[in-house]
Structure formats: C-alpha cells, structure tokens
Design a protein around this ligand. Structure first.
Ligand SMILES: NC(=O)c1ccc[n+]([C@@H]2O[C@H](COP(=O)([O-])OP(=O)(O)OC[C@H]3O[C@@H](n4cnc5c(N)ncnc54)[C@H](OP(=O)(O)O)[C@@H]3O)[C@@H](O)[C@H]2O)c1
Length: 247
C-alpha cells in the first residue's frame, strides 16, 4: 500500500513526499531497482551556481540529502543553511564522495579540472551532466567538445562516470518551478549509454516535475544544447517526434 501511494505521488509531482521520505528507509533489503524508486538518495552537487543551486534545492525539498560544493565553501554553507537539515556543504571532493548521484554543473571550461580533481571518486557514479560547451564563454575546449559531441566529450573529461546528459537547454528558473505545473508535464530529453543510470536520473527528473524522454546514447548528447531542435520546453511526444528526425 505504502509503495502504491508513493508511486502515485511520484506521478503527480513528488515534492509532497518530503514528509514521508523517512518512511521508505526500511527498504534496505530490496533489489537496487526497487529501492531506487522510493528511497531517499544522497546527491553531491559540484558547482552550486544557478543550475546546481536550483536543482539541489528542489531535490532537498523532495526529501533527498544534498551536499553543495564549489570553490567557495562560504557560499555553499549559506546556501545549505537556507535549505534546512537535508542540505550541507563541502568541498567538491567531499560532495563527490558523499553522493550516490552527482550533479556536476560548472562552466564547460572547468570540466577538465573537475575531472582531474575528482579522479576515482566519480568512477562508477551516476553523474547528471547539464553542461554546455559555449565557445564565447568556454574557449577552445568548447569548440573541441562541439566537434566531438557534448555527450562524448563530457564522458572523456569525466572518465568512469555513468553520465546522463539532462537539463541542458531549459532555463534554470523553470527547473525550479516545473513541479508546480498543472496538467500534462513537460518532457526532459536525456541521453546516456547506461540503462541503470538512466533509471536513477529519471526518478530525480520526475520528482521535480518533468517526464524524462531518452533520445538515445551519449552520442545523441550533441543535440541536448541550446540552439538545437530539442532546445526549450516541449511536451514528451513532441520531443520523441523531433528526436526521431535526428541522427
Ligand atoms: N543557467 C542556465 O539556465 C543553464 C541551463 C542549462 C544548462 N546550463 C549549463 O549548466 C552549467 C552550469 O551553469 P550555471 O548557469 O549554473 O553556471 P553558474 O551559475 O556560473 O555556476 C557555476 C558553478 O560552478 C562553480 N565552479 C566553477 N568552476 C569550478 C570548479 N573548477 N570546481 C568546482 N566548482 C566550480 C561555480 O562556483 P565557483 O566559481 O565559486 O567555484 C558555480 O557554483 C554550464 O555548463 C551551463 O552551460 C545552464
């Protein structure tokens, strides 16, 4: 019964489940897939700016534990304090070690350093990648990433991470408000080569108000950027139709 109730809440917009999150901690004996649908997760946010701060904030409200990090620990401590006991602050390495799931949300030019700094801490972890290579902001690395395709480039810069490209071409303010939307949900196009990582990321995407739409493997990640046909908010069916025209 409890499981059914939680699943219904999931579909409606999971923020209401914050108060019941503690009740699902008793599911430790279930297989990972079953636990992943309900259990409170630990999320490490590397880059606590507009995207990291917004998504981390709505995941805290959804009942998860979130550690925020950047190169400015004081900023992260203030952010965490404003979000209550499920939020904390740490260094990027501490956040990477803390999270079952990581959101790395930094300017693309910072990804090589982030990959080197975090090293083995990200190996085998689900990493959500909203990062867009923008040549005017990020310089040569962005040109390289665009030629390679942003999904494959992120995978090279974050070796061993189980990357799900998501949240790439929607403004951060909408991401913080999508759970309030009434009626049919907007879709969130995602790309990944890792089915289990897709399952975990999809849950987190649903919980903040979007319906995830897998458009393909990381090679398709090149279409998840501003200026591509999939940019902007669209209904799931429209995303599927557009994705079917892309190669
Ligand atoms: N803004 C949007 O609406 C939007 C939408 C879709 C996708 N994106 C993409 O998402 C990514 C983040 O965008 P944003 O708008 O959130 O940027 P932002 O507001 O500038 O935040 C970037 C964060 O990364 C941190 N950071 C920078 N270098 C770092 C490093 N080496 N190690 C750890 N943390 C580092 C920054 O803090 P410190 O400098 O203090 O370390 C800051 O907390 C970008 O790649 C962007 O293209 C943005």
């Amino acid at each position: 019964m409890k499981g059914n109730r939680a699943m219904k809440q999931n579909r409606r917009g999971f923020l209401k489940v914050a108060g019941t999150a503690a009740a699902v901690l008793a599911l430790g004996g279930l297989p990972f897939a079953a636990r992943a649908a309900t259990e409170k997760l630990k999320i490490g946010v590397i880059g606590s700016g507009r995207i990291g701060g917004t998504l981390g904030g709505v995941w805290v409200k959804a009942g998860h534990e979130v550690m925020f990090s950047s190169r400015n620990l004081e900023h992260d401590k203030k952010l965490a304090a404003s979000l209550g006991p499920n939020a904390r602050a740490g260094t990027p390495r501490e956040a990477a070690a803390f999270g079952d799931v990581l959101l790395i949300a930094v300017p693309y030019r910072a990804l090589p350093d982030v990959g080197k700094d975090l090293g083995t801490l990200i190996k085998g972890k689900v990493v959500i990648d909203p990062n867009n290579p923008i040549p005017s902001r990020d310089g040569e690395i962005a040109t390289w990433a665009r030629e390679k395709g942003a999904g494959l480039a992120s995978a090279e810069l974050l070796p061993g991470a189980r990357i799900v490209r998501a949240f790439n071409a929607i403004g951060y303010a909408r991401m913080g408000a999508a759970h309030e939307q009434k009626g049919e949900r907007m879709g969130m196009p995602i790309a990944s080569d890792d089915a289990k990582a897709v399952e975990v990321a999809s849950r987190l995407i649903r919980e903040i108000g979007y319906e995830p739409v897998l458009i393909g493997g990381l090679a398709m990640g090149k279409y998840l950027m501003p200026g591509t046909p999939l940019a902007g908010e669209r209904k799931p069916e429209e995303i599927r139709q557009i994705a079917a025209t892309l190669k």
